[in-house]
Design a protein around this ligand. Sequence first.
Ligand code: AMP
Ligand code: MG
Length: 279
Amino acid sequence: MYVTRLDKPGQKVRLDDISPDAPKGLSREEAQARLAQLGEELFELQDLLYGARTHGVLVVLQGRDTAGKDGVIKHVVGCLNPRGVSVVSFGVPTPEEQGHDFLWRVHRHAPRKGEFAIFNRSHYEDVLVVRVHGLVPRALWRERYGHIKDFEELLAEHGTIVLKYFLHISKKEQEERLREREQDPQTAWKLAVTDWKEREHWRAYTEAYEEAISRCAAEHAPWLVVPANTKWFRNLAVAESLVEALRPYKQAWRKVLEAEARVRITELRRYRRERGARS
Ligand code: AMP
Ligand code: MG
């Protein structure tokens, strides 16, 4: 309810028309209480997913510097059982990665059935930072929208539930966060000169994001634009949309578990019968 869902290919999006602010009328305390409930539900859903092994979940986290990708990992992904989650961060490609196609480093981290994979940045960087800085010829990155769509379709066909988050902050909020980080020795280590340099390309990133979101929106791999100017609201909105996306599978996963349980119990009973007959 709090996020803007884009799931129709080619559906236009204007980020400036979507508010990055938390809606009025919700207090931080209410949001935190609700997040705790959602965290429990998420944990239960994960248990069903893990047992049923019919689906995997891929959560892509994208956003500008300081948008809160790490915060979401800490506060939302932190609700999950680590047994079934992998978190992968994608930075500047290594020479080994650069020697391959852009999906090579990404595909091998796609989730196994039963598990979650969380991408902190992703294959989308190859149509974002790469586009903004012209790191490869235009003709090459333009082809990538199609490759990304095919890739995500492949994952979805294999039972992967794909959810792509854009954590939406304003330019002013980013400046405040960068300045705050500078004041605090506990967070200043996160700073990089590039954070300020990238800010100068704010508009170009907006355009790159709008095109990536629009072209790669799909029913089986929706984009979710999350108002992220307020951290506690951002966490709630991500958790809620994640739970809402997984809830429809609950009954089916339960049924798989129940069928599996019947098989195991039958095996156990047969074993006991045969053992009794021998003795
Ligand atoms: P951080 O997320 O702060 O650890 O920074 C990772 C950096 O890696 C960001 O500046 C990204 O823009 C950059 N990065 C990620 N993927 C790529 C890519 N495919 N090509 C170039 N730079 C990238
Ligand atoms: Mg950074």
